[in-house]
Design a protein around this ligand. Structure first.
Ligand code: Q9C
Ligand code: ZN
Length: 664
């Protein structure tokens, strides 16, 4: 199952034919550099190339009016003067004799991509298209857009494949008002958009782009706007909104298909967005969506006007779709004040519709009332200040680091009588451990946790860890007789010399866990039904759920709202995932967890399981090999006390962990 790439040079063959300051940034080179970067990096060769096609009239009419389609149809025969005049009835868009042809190809490319994904020809894919789509409306072109490629694709997927729920994630820096209008009253399509807003001072200056446009009638709750009221937003701001707004709702919604309005004008260096998120953020945004809908994700290009950051961002997105390890994001500082305000307002506006946001706290009254358009002067001052504070002029940023795939994806350390799951490489030989380490381990052990000669498992395990650190193996699965004891050894003896920061995720009860954490070399997050004792270190975070790990709703809430932001801020070099015997975690949740944790430590995850839990080896192996997790279906409303407890825990930890901040 691969990744589809749609591209047709024909879509580079239209351009602005007159002078228009607003439109001059939408150039054919946008597509050329994006594609060339994919070719140069070898990524395009790894994709499955799918031909574009023209969308048919009836497909375009799924979203647009006949009158509008007929009008656009005439543009290829217009004179320059006619084109100019035709253009005048719309906002920030231009026409060209070949744009109708390209617009049909752009929409048709999105449909070809949906076909490839829905028929199982590929797992996911991207369509590099021009013109973009998300601003175009029922009867109007707008913002460089002619036909609404993604909106058409959503209706098409519903009609042709009986898809029940479509999630549209619009990470372009402009509000896709065309998409919002299209699905405003439709609960089968959940539209999420973040966008530069500046209290309505930024284009398209619409009142309805604010956080309080939540959808209408039966579609109420299915439109999510997160307005950015400042420029200069960074990686932390984007990730915070994903963890605390989009993902909880997306998981509760449980889409059958994810469409991305993949605009890269939200990246650093873009003249429109003026944001400061780096191109590697798109690797993480993509990754965070790849376990929804069983991995069925279609990205369709929208904006992106800095050719350098556009090309880099496209490559990051495609490389993630292909399953390569994620880049580490260092120094996440937590969201800025303005971003916290925005995400708090969005959470608050949606808490009545989504049980996963039910316990969100209301913003102070000053934030909740929509601010009016400020005077031009006041606004200018504010913008200048914000820019000075955060990202300074002359935007330069380093090229994203290379994302090297280890020669082995997944390895295992198993007792000799246990068969190795398909696709995993069994580690059977290993070099001898240092005598000092052996005596340490022997001291640690009073139990029969070690096999025959006492150290074979440990020497294999040590070899595995060395190979993870050396990037020779991406991840590993380890079966031992006593997970609790081995976890202790891994943390205290086997990783201490090799790894700077270990994130330990403990699924289920283990009482003696707290003493492994002292100096920040280890961060322990434990999810169980065990009521947490009072002593709390910044680096030991027990999460208590009423029904423990068997309650998938509470569990996924804890993962999205706590574990992910903590992991991003901590930025581990190794993730140790420990499955306590009898934790009760269900298979699909376990796979989701493994999938999401792959975003940390360049995918270096070590899964520790008890020998008597062989039954879940297959699903563990599948997740480690990068197969998408099955969707979490029919999630119940979380227990109110769990939602409450998570919210309180997050509030308490906010002082130490800035990425947990959801309130100002
Ligand atoms: N500086 C897309 O990114 N011009 N369209 C705004 C304010 C319109 C953007 C002028 C920008 C349209 C797909
Ligand atoms: Zn845009």
């Amino acid at each position: 199952m691969g990744t589809a790439l749609l591209y047709d040079e024909e879509m580079t063959k239209y351009k602005l034919l007159w002078v228009d300051a607003a439109c001059k940034i939408e150039v054919p080179e946008r597509l050329i550099v994006s594609y060339e970067a994919l070719v140069r990096s070898g990524l395009s060769d790894r994709c499955i190339s799918i031909p574009a096609r023209e969308a048919s009239d009836s497909e375009i009419l799924l979203v647009h009016s006949e009158l509008y389609l007929e009008a656009v149809k005439k543009t290829p025969y217009m004179t320059l003067e006619d084109l100019k005049e035709f253009t005048l009835q719309f906002g920030d868009v231009y026409f060209h004799p070949n744009i109708y042809h390209c617009a049909k190809l752009a929409s048709g490319s999105a449909l070809q991509l949906v076909d490839s994904v829905m028929t199982g020809k590929v797992r996911n894919g991207i369509a590099l298209v021009r013109p973009p789509g998300h601003h175009s409306m029922h009867s109007a072109a707008n913002g460089f857009c002619v036909f609404n490629n993604v909106a058409i694709a959503a209706r098409y997927a519903k009609q042709k494949y009986g898809v029940k729920r479509v999630l549209i994630v619009d990470w372009d820096i402009h509000h896709g008002q065309g998409v919002q209008y299209c699905f405003e009253d439709d609960p089968s399509v959940l539209y999420f958009s973040w966008h530069r807003y500046e209290h309505q001072n930024f284009w398209p200056n619409l009142r309805e782009s604010d956080y309080d446009s939540v959808g209408k009638e039966s579609g109420a709750g299915f439109n999510i706007n997160v307005p950015w009221n400042n420029v200069g937003m960074e990686n932390s701001d984007y990730l915070s909104v994903f963890c605390h707004v989009l993902l909880p709702v997306a998981y509760e919604f449980c889409p059958d298909l994810v469409l991305v309005c993949a605009g890269f004008d939200s990246a650093i260096g873009d003249p429109e967005g003026e944001m400061c998120a780096t191109p590697d953020i798109f690797a993480h945004l993509t990754h965070l969506l790849m376990n929804l809908a069983g991995g069925k994700l279609c990205a369709v290009l929208e904006g992106g006007y800095n050719l350098t950051s556009l090309a880099q961002s496209v490559c990051q997105t495609v490389q993630t779709l292909l399953g390569d390890p994620l880049p580490q994001l260092a120094n996440l500082r937590g969201p800025c004040k303005s971003a916290v305000e925005s995400l708090q307002c969005a959470r608050s506006a949606h808490r009545r519709y989504w049980s996963f946001l039910k316990h969100a706290t209301d913003p102070p009254m000053t934030d909740i009332s929509t601010k009016h358009i400020k005077s031009a002067m006041e606004e200018e001052e504010k913008t200048e200040m914000a820019e000075e504070e955060r990202c300074t002029e002359g935007k330069v940023w380093p090229e994203p680091p290379e994302r090297l795939c280890p020669p082995v994806c997944s390895a295992s350390v198993l007792p000799d009588d246990v068969a190795c799951p398909d696709g995993l490489k069994r580690l059977s030989s290993s070099k001898d451990l240092e005598p000092l380490l052996v005596s340490k381990l022997k001291n640690r052990f009073r139990t029969a946790a070690v096999d025959g000669d006492g150290v074979t498992t440990f020497s294999r395990l040590y070899t595995l860890i060395e190979k993870l650190v050396a990037n020779e193996i991406r991840n590993g699965l380890v079966l031992v007789p006593d997970v609790a004891a081995v976890m202790m050894c891994v943390v205290q003896d086997l990783t201490s010399d090799l790894v700077k920061r270990v994130l330990v995720v403990c699924v289920g009860k283990e009482k003696e866990l707290d003493y492994v954490t002292t100096d920040g070399k280890v961060l322990v997050v434990q999810i169980s039904s065990e009521d947490s004792e009072e002593q709390r270190s910044k680096y030991y975070i027990p999460v208590c759920l009423k029904k423990g790990c068997s309650d998938t709703s509470g569990f996924i809430q804890a993962v999205l709202g706590l574990l992910l932001p903590l992991g991003y801020e901590y930025n581990p070099d190794l993730v140790l995932l420990v499955r306590m015997p009898g934790s009760g975690v269900v298979d699909s949740m376990w796979q989701q967890l493994i999938g999401l944790l792959q975003g940390f430590a360049k995918g270096h995850t070590l899964v520790l399981m008890q020998v008597n839990e062989k039954a879940c080896m297959g699903s563990t192996a599948s997740a480690l090999l990068g197969h998408p997790a099955p969707p979490l279906q029919d999630l119940q409303t979380p227990f109110p006390e769990d939602g409450d407890a998570l919210e309180r825990l997050r509030e308490r930890l906010q002082a130490d962990w800035k990425m947990l901040q959801t309130t100002s």
